[in-house]
Design a protein around this ligand. Structure first.
Ligand SMILES: [Zn+2]
Length: 172
């Protein structure tokens, strides 16, 4: 298990859709272990494989950040199959450090995916867990929370991010 570098805004893996996982093998299991270690080390409540430059549809979420392993979710090929309502809360992203914004998210989502044994798992989530699912599934679709803002806010934030990407202190 190792902690991998988290890529930042502007890295190509973050801005295009990731590939479906076709077989859940030992490599995927090792990837998920590394993702969990990386998420806890950051620390963060969620991580998607493209954030460590692996363009595959794999996400991990743990709202307790390792305090309660019962809350750890590992999902392969996740998709939102149902959503309803709206909620707005400040979000941040390990790939966009130092910036927060408030995208509109569904109040309730039903998410389907596969666990590491290849079994289908279905989650119904509200509040923070719903936002975390949407945020991480956006990542495997090549979207950042920045892309979910109103055009005006998005342009302002992207200008700041591009400016910072040119600075030396951008790379960690
Ligand atoms: Zn993120």
């Amino acid at each position: 298990m190792s902690i991998r570098p988290i890529v930042k805004y502007g890295h190509p893996a973050l801005h295009s859709p990731s590939a479906h996982v076709t077989s859940i093998d030992l490599e995927i299991a090792a990837l998920v272990d590394d993702m969990v270690a990386t998420m806890y080390a950051a620390p963060g409540i969620g991580l998607a494989a493209p954030q460590i430059a692996v363009p595959l549809r794999v996400i991990v979420i743990d709202l307790s950040v390792g305090e309660d392993r019962g809350q750890l979710i590992k999902l392969v090929n996740p998709e939102i199959v149902e959503k309803e309502g709206e909620q707005r809360h400040e979000e941040g992203c390990l790939s966009v450090p130092g910036y927060g914004a408030t995208p509109v998210r569904p109040a309730r989502v039903t998410v389907r995916g596969l666990d590491l044994e290849g079994n289908e798992r279905v989650y119904t989530a509200t509040e923070l867990l719903a936002r975390a699912f949407c945020h991480e599934i956006d990542h495997v679709d090549g979207l950042l929370f920045v892309d979910r803002l109103s055009p005006l806010k998005r342009d302002l934030l992207k200008r700041k991010l591009r400016k910072r990407a040119r600075n030396d202190d951008w790379e960690e």
